[in-house]
Design a protein around this ligand. Structure first.
Ligand SMILES: *[C@@H]1O[C@H](CO)[C@@H](O)[C@H](O)[C@H]1NC(C)=O
Ligand SMILES: *[C@@H]1O[C@H](CO)[C@@H](O)[C@H](O)[C@H]1NC(C)=O
Ligand SMILES: *[C@@H]1O[C@H](CO)[C@@H](O)[C@H](O)[C@H]1NC(C)=O
Ligand SMILES: *[C@@H]1O[C@H](CO)[C@@H](O)[C@H](O)[C@H]1NC(C)=O
Ligand SMILES: *[C@@H]1O[C@H](CO)[C@@H](O)[C@H](O)[C@H]1NC(C)=O
Ligand SMILES: *[C@@H]1O[C@H](CO)[C@@H](O)[C@H](O)[C@H]1NC(C)=O
Ligand SMILES: *[C@@H]1O[C@H](CO)[C@@H](O)[C@H](O)[C@H]1NC(C)=O
Ligand SMILES: *[C@@H]1O[C@H](CO)[C@@H](O)[C@H](O)[C@H]1NC(C)=O
Ligand SMILES: *[C@@H]1O[C@H](CO)[C@@H](O)[C@H](O)[C@H]1NC(C)=O
Length: 889
């Protein structure tokens, strides 16, 4: 036996012992209990000759199968979690390895199998619950077929099968899962975001559970809240609701007991034989603690419990947390969406979320991602499909991040005859409508109680046809959906009457545009595509270039060379190879044209960070400032995208390894609660206020410096902000520009309160003229530039000597980094700080108070970092600042 084989054999042995454990201990034993099938054995049907009916009997030897020790995994995720699988995701993600992975093995069905123990008791009922299997599965238990692939279909098609008559002390469960074709099946696809996972996401990607009940069973718990007076001014009426099903062939009287916080509620319901009814318990909460989005208040969650008893014995029970908040939606005079939360107009500042490429769930990583969202000043994530597990919404509830969930575009989900994005839409069959119905029932039941959910999109790029729309709306209403339902995230020439007209735009951009793009709003604004007006459901300059430390993890030496030497090359780590985003050509055209041709990889990457920072800052600033524009308010934006499914080179505000770079800090500056921003087009300075409660007089100081460090112009203004609006407070159109026509200048804006405390400090680097946009030649993904802004002067900046002092914050968990440009006569431009461990590897995640900063001559800035782990050195470098490493004391 070779060492490898021994390892496989031992792993198999351990897995079968673990299986034996699971077999001996009953998965559930009391009514209302739900148990998760903890692990799987998986194998391709090409390697198993036994019939699935026979495999679904206890005692089958599966030691030669793969043994992923996880409760849910797509085939790829299962293989990666199996001890016998030799590759890791680091291998698969390196260079173009994934391109050579054997896809054909996934063109046949695969099997998922496990055994579990129960103690079946007379009078007790048992249910097998799926939460969606991709693309579809035949379901076998104890030698019987429980469901076929027509019923158990779709990634979100959750079903509950009663298995009372076939359970036994030892039970064998088998799923035969079928391959996924995104155009034929209801999967979880990535469209053009990244290469397809080799298995197209096929498999038991969500938990499978066994539930035990007595003679009556409850459906999912719903909680509704209504307000007698404007929210926040009186009481809230809270109703707990669930279907209740009599599983026996006799009349039954059910005692329903509910708990809301510390209030107990009770009611009696009589059900006819085998009938289904609804139980509803109601209470009034005076002056409830409201649940708020993070920036506006606390995230109070209440506990709700519901149980049903027959003859004094609990038959089923369920519990959830919920929050008391109200969301409303209006379509304004421009036909744009405006959401309100608890009666306050809520400007959506968000980004598009992506699942992991293999749909693996990582609670710690996701929690960090949501903390990053808040740290960047955003308040929302959009899910275009990628509706994750219930844990997702528990975390967004707890942190106060709003969620805009809905179906995905460009595949089976939108295979309508009028969808010109799909070549040959596979027209939906009756079975497909049934899958859509099961999917919306399942997802609505999961989402209904979560206060962080803002709305539901029943379509993305296209609207659903009338039959599908009626199914979606019917299911949402049946499950007491109280939130807005939006037909789709774009504005085209149709909509389902039952939902109403579209109110969002999806006009791009998705690729690079210059910063003035966002400010170029010329009323009537409708010919300006993505610029900051209305509600943009997916848009951005496409930026998000990782730093070298991250790139080196997934790019080979030759990949790194082509990154900066071949500006038009097709890159495997861009979007899908057949998409419009397989190269960095548009991005590089701007980068070379504005900043000058890069002279090295380092130079290219630093210039990329500058371009990324400028791009995201301008987008968030323009949307923030123009929120109260009289002509057409900028009511919401979803940056495309927040994160990436795998290590990639664009479309993310931080990289796959959670390292934050230029795009992150541009967003973080642009998203500040109170802020001053420069309008590249009108050359006004805008005062921005996203808070509900911060008050007082404000001072805005501004100064323009030349590349030589000499002051060109400066001034100061006083202002008070007004509720729910931004305003222009300084006009810089005559302050600089004409006299320094030939060169780049720096502009610093500082906002301070009446005690002189700095609320926002913001530095721009500006060319004599802005980029000339060729609006007429716009495509769905970008607007070209006919003449680039000339920022090449930055290459000639004299060196600045920055002194760095690093100290640890008292109490630990953090660092203070003081950057001192006191010895220089020129600005220290675009100085980045990076924390590494003893081996020189990045510490990720780190929450920096600010980064990629520009210091005036003589200026000192203090940055703070919080993180877990052991930081050893802080690396400091900038455009005109030599790289140094300073030890963490
Ligand atoms: C499987 O995972 C569980 C939970 O993480 C762990 O306790 C157990 O040791 C693992 N078993 C094997 C065989 O790796
Ligand atoms: C339950 O398992 C026992 C063996 O342990 C078997 O004799 C019996 O037939 C099984 N019952 C059913 C309903 O399959
Ligand atoms: C994945 O789906 C695509 C359609 O989007 C299809 O062409 C391809 O064959 C599928 N791959 C597998 C392994 O089924
Ligand atoms: C409840 O108790 C009554 C009498 O005590 C009995 O007739 C009835 O069958 C019981 N119901 C159930 C569901 O056990
Ligand atoms: C808003 O949409 C309606 C149709 O739903 C249309 O009649 C109206 O002209 C639109 N208004 C604007 C300002 O585009
Ligand atoms: C949708 O599913 C629900 C719940 O399972 C069912 O009651 C309803 O009849 C279904 N509707 C359609 C149109 O299939
Ligand atoms: C890259 O493409 C642009 C047009 O988008 C072209 O002007 C440029 O010459 C190309 N560069 C190289 C190195 O091929
Ligand atoms: C807040 O601003 C938005 C957008 O400008 C506007 O639609 C809304 O009516 C305002 N709300 C209040 C309460 O003034
Ligand atoms: C910011 O706006 C809120 C209302 O949206 C208002 O209550 C607050 O006073 C404003 N802050 C300042 C500094 O004006």
């Amino acid at each position: 036996m070779t060492r490898q084989k021994l390892a496989v054999w031992v792993a198999g042995l351990i897995a079968s012992i673990a299986g034996a454990d699971a077999r001996s201990c009953s998965l559930v034993s009391t009514p209302g209990q739900v148990g998760v099938i903890p692990t799987w054995d998986i194998q391709s049907t090409s390697r198993v000759t036994t019939d699935p009916l026979a495999l679904a009997k206890p005692g089958v030897d599966t030691s030669s199968w793969h043994h992923p020790n996880v409760s849910r995994c797509t085939l790829m995720a299962c293989l990666l979690a199996s001890p016998d699988f030799k590759q890791t995701d680091t291998d698969l993600f390196y260079s173009n390895s994934l391109e050579h992975f054997d896809v054909d093995q996934f063109r046949v069905p695969w099997l998922y199998r496990n055994e579990f123990a129960l103690k079946p008791t007379p009078g007790q009922h048992y249910f097998l619950q799926t939460n969606g299997i991709t693309s579809k599965a035949d379901v076998f238990l104890n030698g019987k077929k429980v469901a076929d692939k027509v019923l158990q279909s779709g990634a979100y098609g959750g079903h509950s099968y009663e298995i009372t008559n076939i359970v036994n002390r030892t039970n064998a469960l088998v799923f035969k899962v079928y391959p996924t074709d995104y155009f034929q099946d209801f999967g979880v696809g990535f469209v053009d975001w990244n290469p397809k996972p080799p298995d197209n996401g096929t498999g038991v990607w969500r938990d499978v559970t066994i539930k035990q009940t007595g003679p009556v069973a409850l459906g999912p718990l719903r909680v509704t809240t209504t307000f007698n007076k404007p929210v926040g001014q009186g009481s809230a009426v809270v109703t707990l609701k669930a279907t209740v099903q009599n599983l026996e062939n006799r009349v039954v009287t059910v005692a329903a007991d509910g708990v809301v916080g510390s209030t107990k509620l009770t009611k009696s319901v009589t059900l006819q034989p085998l009938a289904t009814g609804v139980v509803a318990l109601q209470t009034t909460i005076d002056n409830p603690d409201l649940w708020w989005p993070a920036r506006w208040g606390s995230q109070t969650l209440y506990d709700a419990q519901l149980s049903v008893s027959v003859n004094g014995t609990v038959s089923d029970k369920t519990e959830k947390k919920f929050g008391i908040r109200q969301v409303t939606h209006q379509i304004n005079a421009y036909n744009d969406s405006i959401f309100s939360v608890n009666g306050r107009a809520f400007q959506v500042l968000g980004a598009g979320y992506s699942s992991d490429i293999f749909l693996r769930w990582d609670t710690a990583k996701f929690t960090t991602q949501m903390q990053y969202v808040l740290d960047m000043g955003m308040n929302t994530v959009r899910l275009e499909g990628k509706l994750e597990h219930p844990e997702f919404y528990d975390i967004t509830d707890r942190l106060g991040v709003m969620v805009m969930p809905g179906w995905e575009c460009c595949d089976k989900w939108e295979a309508w005859p009028y969808n010109d994005n799909i070549d040959q839409p596979a027209v939906w069959s009756d079975a497909d409508y049934a899958t859509a119905n099961a999917s919306i029932y399942h997802e609505a039941a999961t989402l209904q109680t979560h206060p962080s959910v803002l709305m539901y999109f029943v379509g993305s790029d296209f609207w659903p046809d009338d039959r599908a729309a009626a199914i979606y709306v019917g299911a949402l209403k049946a499950l007491d959906w109280q939130l807005p339902i939006i037909p789709y995230a774009a504005r085209k020439d149709g909509y389902p009457a039952i939902v109403g007209p579209p109110s969002m735009k999806m006009d791009g951009p998705y690729d690079w545009v210059p910063p003035n793009y966002w400010w170029d709003v010329t009323p009537p604004s409708t010919d300006r595509l993505g610029a900051a007006f209305g509600f943009g459901s997916e848009l951005g300059a496409g930026v998000g270039t990782p730093e070298l430390s991250s790139l080196s993890k997934f790019l080979s030496v030759s990949d790194l060379a082509s990154l900066w030497k071949q500006p038009n090359a097709t890159l495997w780590h861009m979007s899908a190879p057949d998409s419009s985003f397989a190269t960095r050509e548009i991005y590089n055209l701007g980068l070379y044209g504005r900043y000058g041709a890069p002279r090295s990889l380092d130079d290219y990457l630093l210039k990329s960070q500058m371009a990324d920072y400028e791009a995201t800052r301008a987008q968030y600033e323009a949307y923030s400032a123009l929120w109260s524009a009289p002509d057409r308010p900028a009511t919401g934006l979803i940056y495309w995208m927040l994160d990436s499914a795998w290590p990639n080179l664009h479309w993310g505000l931080f990289d796959y390894y959670l390292h934050a770079a230029g795009a992150y800090f541009g967003t973080k500056v642009g998203g500040r609660t109170e802020h001053v921003a420069y309008d590249y087009v009108s050359r006004a300075v805008w005062l921005i206020n996203h808070s509900l409660d911060r008050a007082g007089a404000r001072t805005i100081d501004w100064e323009v410096l030349g590349l030589d460090g000499r002051s060109v112009a400066k001034g100061s203004a006083k202002a008070t902000t007004e509720p729910n609006s931004s305003k222009s407070v300084v006009d810089l159109s005559k302050a600089f520009g004409s006299s320094s026509n030939s060169s780049v200048v720096f502009l610093k804006l500082v906002l301070a309160d009446d005690k002189g405390a700095v609320l926002s400090r913001n530095v721009y680097w500006l060319a004599p003229t802005v980029d000339a946009l060729d609006w007429a030649d716009s495509s769905w993904y970008h607007t070209p530039v006919s003449k680039f802004a000339d920022l090449s002067g930055l290459d000639k900046l004299a060196a600045a000597a920055v002194k760095t002092t690093v100290s640890t914050k008292s109490g630990g968990g953090g660092l203070k980094v003081v950057l001192d440009n006191g010895a220089s006569s020129v600005p220290a431009f675009f100085v980045r700080v990076n924390l590494v461990d003893g081996g020189g590897e990045d510490i990720n995640p780190v929450f920096w108070s600010d980064n990629y900063v520009t210091l005036w001559p003589g200026e000192t800035l203090e940055l703070e970092a919080s993180y877990a782990g052991k930081g050893a050195k802080v690396q400091v470098s900038g455009k005109n600042v030599a790289k140094v490493e300073v030890a963490v004391p």
